[in-house]
Write a protein that binds this ligand. Sequence first.
Ligand SMILES: Nc1ncnc2c1ncn2[C@@H]1O[C@H](COP(=O)(O)OP(=O)(O)OP(=O)(O)O)[C@@H](O)[C@H]1O
Ligand SMILES: [Mg+2]
Ligand SMILES: [Zn+2]
Length: 259
Amino acid sequence: MKEKNAKFQPQSSGLCPQCGGTGWERILEEGFEKVKRCKCYYEGRRKRLLTSARIPRRYLHCTLDQFDDNYIDRDKWPLDASKPQVNISMAKEAAQSFVRQYPNQSKGLLFMGPCGVGKTHLAVAIIRELIKKKGISCLFYDFRDLLKEIQASYNPQSQTSEISVLGPVLKTEVLLLDELGATKVTDWMRDTLTYIINSRYNENLITLITSNWMDDKRGDEETLEERIGTRLRSRLYEMCKVYEILGPDFRKKNAGFFS
Ligand SMILES: Nc1ncnc2c1ncn2[C@@H]1O[C@H](COP(=O)(O)OP(=O)(O)OP(=O)(O)O)[C@@H](O)[C@H]1O
Ligand SMILES: [Mg+2]
Ligand SMILES: [Zn+2]
């Protein structure tokens, strides 16, 4: 009797009616009974991956579909063919193609450009799609938060940082490092960052990066290399395909500055 009741329990307790919450479904194949992963297993995994990706609430809405590339006057943003410059349509295409081809590519992406052109939106949209469509483990980290967390967990006596912060950053299949160079780094921070980037490079793990800092010198502004150091910048060339995004500040568009 108890047995019988237990059978009906899954539905009434909200467990998956297909597998009773085990995550395994029994199937009959060529006369043999086999098990395969139930659909709910993948759905649950995707939900967990999305939660553990640490995407800030402000960017949770960002998808590739929602990235509007129709509103700009492309002639206003002429591209210099000698540089890796793209307009926002080309940047969106690059993001779409990255998702489509994943995991068949060896390099990540580095989106550079001025404020509000959609660098973070595109990068977040990529990790959201990788989670949703391909079940890949991804992690979002704001550059400043990462350094703060590593520093806060740093033990000067043992000269180590807690693995709870560094572990996921080193191991996640795709890391999104947002706003690289946003703070000036000390030697210690630079060493730590170089260690992270190098370890991921050696493990063939993909890193996506956004930055406001450019490679070219513009007036008094520092370059990305000056912000993060020559060694790290040169490592990033090997790890990421660079896109310098040219376009208007979408935040200004939203505020009604232009149509
Ligand atoms: N083409 C677009 N279509 C729809 N929304 C956009 C587009 N570009 C930017 N946005 C939205 O505008 C806001 C600013 O974009 P985002 O934060 O991605 O810019 P950014 O290039 O990362 O800027 P910053 O250099 O200041 O970090 C976000 O809310 C984003 O969702
Ligand atoms: Mg940004
Ligand atoms: Zn199930």
